[in-house]
Design a binder for this molecule. Sequence first.
Ligand code: FPP
Length: 265
Amino acid sequence: MLDKFKRLIKSLRLESLKKSEDFFLKRIDKDKLPLHIAIIMDGNGRWAKKRGLPRIAGHKAGTETVRRIVKIAAELNIRYLTLYAFSIENWRRPKGEVSALMNLIEEMLDAEAKDLHKNNVKFIVIGRLNKLSESLQKSIRDVMAITKNNTGLTLVLAINYGGRTEIVDCVRQIADKVKQKKLEPSKINEDTIIKHLYLPEVPDPDILIRSGGEKRVSNFLLWEIAYSEFWITPVLWPDFKRSDFFQAVFDFQRRKRRFGGLEEW
Ligand code: FPP
């Protein structure tokens, strides 16, 4: 009976320890960090609803998490972080929510440009940018220009992005080259596709994190996540803490990756 009680206390202590930031951070192997982490930042609306607030308050709170996570990804020496900020499908939301989201992204870029640069972060964007407002496009161009020579974390923001659209854009470019007789159809292989994706030089994500508990890919990086490890948490994006990020990296380091073969990587 006493043993059972002791075991219960021990497991409760372990659970509360796990909630502390340092628990996972201390256990992360700094020599085996994932190169690229991609995140579907879901749950802003539910976070707001739980508090009786308008959905946009959830998105605003979500921007604080974005700040937090970019900072710790840079500190932890992660090379690439890709965040799904606005999908092609998100245009289906009410007009007010769409414009509020666009404004938040623009405000955040304008406010964070200096800090991103100071932290040696290189900023890039994927998606169909020509559909965005001229002023948002300008903010994007400005931050990309300021940070283009930085050598630390590369922060990729997916705005008006769709995985299928990326593949369509890729196929159009390849078809154009075939039409101009610059490319032989029989020579098209996986490398040809990769070279025509939005960011051919960026390695595929090692981990795909999804907050908010849904178990789907939502048209994110469809080609690139072929062998990514999924890490899903019920935690809503505004509540996503440093400890959640560290836990994702810690859990990833315990996964056995075989890329379809038998050997572990
Ligand atoms: C999904 O939550 C989240 C989004 C559609 C947008 C994510 C945007 C932010 C975190 C804020 C702005 C980002 C940047 C980079 C400045 P949801 O609305 O689908 O939530 P729900 O599933 O609870 O309804």
